[in-house]
Design a protein around this ligand. Structure first.
Ligand code: ADP
Ligand code: MG
Length: 277
């Protein structure tokens, strides 16, 4: 059930604020994303309803989430902040269909993930969600372009289309010249851009990122943010980003603060850009 890949439509260009070496180059998405009502502001992308998560280790239970409810709309760029151990990664993993809640409901594009089998959960992840991690999680024995291709293998996309799609996305993050380098031959910023390309190559509705700038210097952090903002603005991709860095959260639409497994407060900083008129 693959959607067409790599239509390579013209994408709107940036307003010029981006750094020159991270051009918001043509992104490979098509206008219509087929199976979803993408790009419609006001449509809920992720909904958590009284979500709890209890980790059991031996006979001891650790309540990591204690009743979290939130709605994230399509096209929102949301950050989640909070002290270490407050439950940010746990929440992100549940939003990203990597894990199920202990109680409560999580709907991703309207589908309640608690009722899904492991297989169905994996399908949702592969079809709808892109992941970016602090430590990049690239495979060192593969080249940059091979790393970006990985999610397309899971989708059984034919080899030539895979390579084509991965190459275009690497160009879009400014790494066309480094496609055949291995992660160990790339800087931290470049590795994270490969990871961003890998997260976006399936045209996911939602990208979740756990401290994506945690290993980057401030210039590279800004460049990455410019790119994420551009993808969000032009494509309407929903981003949920866990971060410690105020420079990151300040550039999101909405900041959710978590403490002790609960939402402590929420701040709306910007409205969603009206890319979807
Ligand atoms: P954060 O990302 O905000 O630092 P986490 O979501 O990783 O917080 O963790 C929340 C709480 O759950 C912490 O007390 C942590 O020790 C605990 N926790 C997280 N993952 C597990 C696990 N797999 N097993 C047991 N406890 C866990
Ligand atoms: Mg964490």
């Amino acid at each position: 059930m693959g959607r067409p890949l790599a239509d390579n439509n013209e994408s709107p260009h940036s307003d010029g604020e981006g750094d020159s070496n991270l051009q918001p180059a043509p992104i490979m998405y098509s206008e219509s994303r087929g199976d979803t009502k993408m790009n419609r502001v006001g449509v809920v992308s992720v909904e958590a309803d009284q979500v709890t998560k209890v980790y059991s280790v031996g006979h001891v239970n650790y309540p990591a989430l204690r009743g979290v409810s939130l709605k994230i709309e399509r096209g929102e760029l949301t950050s989640i902040i909070g002290p270490s151990g407050s439950g940010k990664s746990t929440l992100l993993n549940i939003i990203g269909a990597l894990d199920r809640p202990t109680s409560g409901h999580v709907r991703i594009d309207g589908v309640d993930i608690r009722k899904l089998s492991d297989n169905q959960l994996a399908k949702i992840r592969n079809r709808k969600i892109g992941f970016i991690y602090q430590s990049f999680n690239l495979i060192n024995r593969l080249t940059a372009v091979e790393n970006v291709e990985m999610p397309l293998i899971a989708r059984k996309i034919p080899r030539n289309l895979r390579r084509d799609g991965a190459t275009k996305l690497l160009s879009a993050v400014g790494l066309a010249q480094k496609a055949h380098k291995r992660p160990t031959e790339l800087s931290g910023g470049e590795q994270q851009r490969v990871a961003v390309a890998r997260a976006l190559v399936t045209k996911p509705a939602i990208v979740i990122a756990d401290e994506p700038t945690g290993n980057l210097d401030s210039k590279t952090t800004r460049e990455l943010l410019n790119y994420i903002t551009e993808v969000n603005r032009t494509m309407g991709t929903t981003f949920v980003i866990v971060t410690h860095n105020p420079e990151v959260s300040e550039r999101t639409h909405r900041v959710i603060s978590i403490r002790d497994g609960m939402i402590e407060k929420e701040q709306r900083l910007q409205r969603i850009d009206s890319f979807a008129k």
